[in-house]
Design a protein around this ligand. Structure first.
Ligand code: IPM
Ligand code: MG
Length: 379
C-alpha cells in the first residue's frame, strides 16, 4: 500500500521513459456510481499519460450490488482487492432496494464503516466549494456570496460516538435501553488536528474547531488539545472556536467566514451535508478519507441518486474531482491533480452543465459529454 519507492510524478511531468504504476481498487457500487466511475477512468488515463503514471484498475463489488451477488455489502474478496491497492476509488452505495434491511446490514453502514476502520481512514476531507459561476445553484441569496465560497470540512472519521464502546441495546423493565458512547483520547485528536492544520496552511491559514464545549467533556479535551498543538506547532494558522449549533447557523448566513472547519466525527457528518447543500450541487463535491501514510479512499460527497441512475444524466464532476484528490494525497502527483481540477473549471467556464447545475443560456449535457468536455481540457 505504499508508494514510497515510486518516483514522484512532480519530478517528471513530461514524457517519462518508464511510467510508474499506481494500483487502484475501483469500487463503483450502486445507483449512479457505475456510470460516473466509467466516465472518470478515461480522464485518469489521460492525466496518467501526460504525467507518467500507469493506472492499474482492479474492480470489486461493494454495497447493494455486493449484497445481491454475495450476501454482504463488503465481501472479503473486495477487502482483499483494497488491501492489494495503493488507493480506493469509491463510487456510492445504497438505494431503495436495500432500505428495508436491518440498519447494520444496509449498504452504507455495512460497507463504509468497516472500510474506514479496516484501513484506519481517520481524516476525512470534505471540501464544499461554490464556484463563482455557479452561485445561482446555492440556496443562499447570491448577494451574500457574490464570489462563491470555499470551505473545507475536516472530519475525524474513526472515533467518537460512531465507534465508542459501550454501544448497544438491552432490555429493561418497561422497554429497552440504548447506549452510544462519545469518547475521544488525546492521540486520536492530535493526529487529525495536525492533518487539519497542515491543510489549513495550504489554504487561507484559518482553522475553526467546531465543538460543544459548553456541554460535552469530550469537546473540552478537543479544545485543550487543539489549542496546545496550534501554540506549539502552527502559530501561523489562526485558530478560533465555534459551538456546533452556531456553526450550523453561520454556514447558512455567512459561509465565507470559514476556511477549514475541524469537527469530531458526528458533527462533521452533519455539517458536511449542510455545507454541501449550501454549496449548490452535491454532484460537484469530492471527498478524501486518509490513513497514516499515503493510503486513502476517495468518493463523491453525494449519494447514489437512485432517481436518476441509469439515465446518463448524472454529474460526473464529483467522481472526477475525487480522482484528483487521489492523485494529490495518495500518489503525490500534485501537477496531475491540478490538471484535472483546471480541466473541470475550464469545462464549467465554457458553459458545459449537467442537469443539476443547468441554467438557461448554458449547454446542457449528459454524463458522457461532460466527461468528454473535461477530458478534452486536460493538459
Ligand atoms: C457519510 C454517511 C455515513 C456516515 C453513513 C452512511 C454511515 O452519512 O459518509 O457521511 O454517517 O459517516
Ligand atoms: Mg453523512
Amino acid at each position: 500500500m505504499s508508494t514510497d519507492t515510486l518516483p514522484s510524478a512532480a519530478a517528471a511531468p513530461t514524457a517519462p521513459v518508464s511510467p510508474r504504476t499506481a494500483r487502484i481498487a475501483v469500487l463503483a457500487g450502486d445507483g449512479i456510481g457505475p456510470e460516473v466511475m466509467e466516465a472518470t477512468l478515461p480522464v485518469l488515463d489521460k492525466v496518467g499519460e501526460l504525467f507518467g503514471i500507469q493506472f492499474e484498475y482492479e474492480h470489486a463489488l461493494v454495497g447493494g450490488i455486493a449484497i445481491d451477488t454475495s450476501g454482504e455489502a463488503l465481501p472479503p474478496k473486495t477487502l482483499e482487492t483494497c488491501r492489494r491497492a495503493d488507493a480506493i476509488l469509491f463510487g456510492s452505495v445504497g438505494g431503495p432496494k436495500w432500505e428495508s434491511l436491518p440498519p447494520p446490514q444496509q449498504p452504507e453502514r455495512a460497507a463504509l464503516l468497516p472500510l474506514r476502520k479496516a484501513f484506519g481512514l481517520y481524516a476525512n476531507l470534505r471540501p464544499a466549494v461554490c464556484h463563482p459561476e455557479l452561485v445561482h445553484a446555492s440556496p443562499i441569496k447570491s448577494e451574500l456570496i457574490p464570489n462563491g465560497f470555499d470551505v473545507l470540512i475536516f472530519r475525524e472519521l474513526t472515533g467518537g460516538i460512531y465507534f465508542g464502546q459501550p454501544k448497544g441495546t438491552t432490555a429493561i423493565e418497561g422497554g429497552e435501553r440504548a447506549v452510544d458512547t462519545l469518547i475521544y483520547e488525546t492521540p486520536e485528536i492530535t493526529r487529525v488536528t495536525r492533518a487539519a492544520f497542515r491543510a489549513a496552511r495550504l489554504r487561507a491559514s484559518k482553522l475553526t474547531l467546531v465543538d460543544k464545549a459548553n456541554v460535552l467533556e469530550s469537546s473540552l479535551l478537543w479544545r485543550k488539545t487543539v489549542k496546545a498543538i496550534q501554540a506549539q506547532e502552527f502559530p501561523d494558522v489562526a485558530l478560533n472556536f465555534i459551538y456546533v449549533d452556531n456553526a450550523a447557523m453561520q454556514l447558512l448566513k455567512n459561509p465565507c467566514q470559514f476556511d477549514v472547519m475541524l469537527c469530531e466525527n458526528m458533527f462533521g457528518d452533519i455539517l458536511s451535508d449542510e455545507a454541501a447543500a449550501v454549496a449548490g450541487s452535491l454532484g460537484l463535491l469530492p471527498s478524501a478519507s486518509l490513513a497514516e501514510g499515503t493510503f486513502g479512499l476517495y468518493e463523491p460527497s453525494g449519494g447514489t441518486a437512485p432517481d436518476i441512475a441509469g439515465k446518463g444524466i448524472a454529474n460526473p464532476i464529483a467522481q472526477i474531482l475525487s480522482a484528483a484528490l487521489m492523485l494529490r494525497y495518495s500518489f503525490n502527483a500534485e501537477p496531475a491533480a491540478k490538471a484535472i481540477e483546471a480541466a473541470v473549471r475550464a469545462a464549467i467556464a465554457d458553459g458545459f452543465r449537467t442537469a443539476d447545475i443547468y441554467t438557461p443560456g448554458t449547454n446542457k449535457v449528459g454524463t458522457k459529454e461532460m466527461a468528454a468536455a473535461i477530458l478534452a481540457r486536460v493538459k
